[in-house]
Design a protein around this ligand. Structure first.
Ligand code: ADP
Ligand code: MG
Length: 479
């Protein structure tokens, strides 16, 4: 059975990703419905748990219906030296040829490792270097970034920083803010990729605030914080995404220390968040003021021309994979007129069209209206009720509505609950306190936390974003 599960994982994730994360996985125990899989490091366990456990469990249940639970454990192996290198080595190897799923994996954007067109052999290259950072999605480049009035300044700043004309240091730190789906991650990763391309020697690290926190927390717990700090010292370009999620006093202290040090030695720091530095309430004042010390640039919603370009670009990319795909120009422009939201919403709409097209290839404007109609009824949003959201989300995740509104903290219930609260916020005009009341009398901060959490997840993970799109559609259709 393990072999079958492994084969399916490999088929789903591709060889590189598979071997990075699961290559060293073994069956530790399989009895009475419990499957225990072992991996060599705590890092792998954590990562697999948070990103792949659902998939593995599902695959296992398919091959062995009596399976009740799959667990990942760390096998005990005497490890005496700094765990940092060993911990992240698989991620490193993975970065050699990024794949579509690579974006959900932490790895380092170190110059020599991250260029897709130059495969190298990870094992020989690991050496003693610091390995730190989140993945780069190879699709996120300056070339694929559509610029226009709403983001031109941020784009220009980003670009000049990668080319690093000496004037670029005037934007230090460069702070980019925009709400979800407007291209922050895309732009930040483009900075990283371009810098690596132009300056292969530069030590570039891109990471999300959450990953930064997690790295530090585990480093402190496992007593290698000093080692980690030393590794951070030689960064030339530090890029932190989703800064609004940086939490915790001691982590912020470390962060502050780190950027002070980098800024003092004229190293570049780039930060993105969903709001300007002054509104990052959860940040310590001195972190905020340090972030305020550079330039803060905002990106706003794309206009019609930009939306159309984004769609055209997605179309061109889709055609590379499906040369027979034909989408008439008038359809793209209809979508650009109807879907007036962020880049992510445009992608969602485009994916709906691709999906529908696969079994109903005859396209027309009416066809598109039908595909999109329920979600995006131009200008006039449909009234959605919180009860409908709760009902549909509960059904989708196979939990009861009572469970959804209860206080149970099981993972399988918490996630749907947070998603339902998030959808209530984005699909209805209800306020946070009102939503809290309707969700079993919760506090508005709980709702806010859920909203941010889901925003964060969908920002970091395309499957999550797609899942939300799907739910929105279901809700709009069935409400
Ligand atoms: P954010 O990080 O701000 O939430 P992302 O960078 O993840 O947003 O963008 C969401 C999706 O929309 C990505 O796939 C991205 O490529 C696309 N997108 C957003 N803005 C643009 C743009 N100006 N040009 C091209 N694609 C964009
Ligand atoms: Mg993002």
């Amino acid at each position: 059975n393990f072999e079958r599960v492994k084969a399916q994982l490999k088929a789903r994730l591709g060889n590189d990703v598979y071997s990075s994360w699961f290559g060293r996985m073994k069956v530790a125990e399989a009895s009475r419905g419990l499957i225990r899989l072992s991996v060599p490091t705590a890092f792998l366990r954590q990562w697999i748990n948070s990103h792949y456990l659902d998939v593995i469990t599902e695959l296992w249940k398919q091959t062995e219906p009596s399976t009740l639970k799959v667990e990942i454990v760390v096998r005990s192996a005497a490890r005496s030296v700094a765990p940092v290198e060993e911990d992240v080595a698989p991620a490193r190897r993975n970065n050699i040829r990024p794949t579509a799923t690579a974006q959900t994996m932490p790895t380092m954007a170190r110059a020599e490792g991250a260029i897709p067109s130059q495969p190298v052999h990870g094992a020989e290259r690991q050496g003693k270097q610091a390995v730190l950072g989140s993945p780069l999605d190879p699709r996120y480049t300056f070339d694929s970034f559509v610029q226009g009035p709403s983001n031109r300044v941020a784009f220009a700043a980003a670009r000049s920083l990668s080319e690093s004309s000496p004037s670029a240091l005037r934007f230090n730190p460069l702070f980019i803010h925009a709400s979800v789906g407007l291209g922050k991650t895309h732009l930040l990763q483009a900075i990283a990729a371009e810098t690596i391309r132009l300056k292969p020697q530069a030590h570039v690290v891109y990471l999300t605030a959450e990953y930064f926190m997690w790295r530090f927390a585990t480093a402190i717990r496992d007593n290698y914080a000093l080692h980690l700090k030393e590794q951070l010292r030689d960064i030339d370009l530090l890029i932190i995404d989703d800064m609004q999620f940086l939490q915790g006093k001691s982590i912020q202290h470390e962060f502050c220390h780190l950027i002070n040090m980098l800024l003092d030695s004229a190293k570049q720091v780039v930060v993105a968040a969903d709001r300007p530095p002054s509104e990052l309430e959860s940040l310590e004042p001195r972190v905020r003021s340090r972030l305020n010390g550079g330039v803060a640039l905002e990106m706003a919603l794309p206009d019609y021309e930009m939306r159309l370009s984004i769609l055209q670009q997605r179309y061109a990319a889709a055609r590379m994979e499906m040369p027979t795909l034909e989408i008439p120009e008038e359809i793209l422009s209809h979508v650009a007129q109807t879907v007036t939201g962020s880049g992510r919403e445009l992608e969602g709409a485009f994916n709906q069209i691709l999906f529908r097209q696969s079994f109903e290839p005859e396209m027309s404007i009416d066809w598109v209206k039908e595909v999109l109609g329920n979600v995006y009824s131009a200008g006039e949003p449909k009234r959605v009720r919180i009860e409908d959201i709760q009902r549909i989300v509960a059904r989708h995740y196979n939990v009861s509505k009572n469970e959804l509104l209860s206080n149970r903290r099981t993972r399988t219930i918490v996630k749907p609950r947070q998603i339902a609260m998030y959808l209530a916020k984005v699909m209805t005009p209800r306020s946070l306190p009102e939503i809290g009341r309707r969700f079993g009398g919760r506090d508005h901060t709980t709702v806010l936390h859920a909203v941010r959490k889901i925003e964060g997840l969908s920002g970091a993970d395309n499957t999550m974003a797609q899942e939300l799109e799907l739910l929105k559609r279901l809700i709009a259709e069935q409400a």
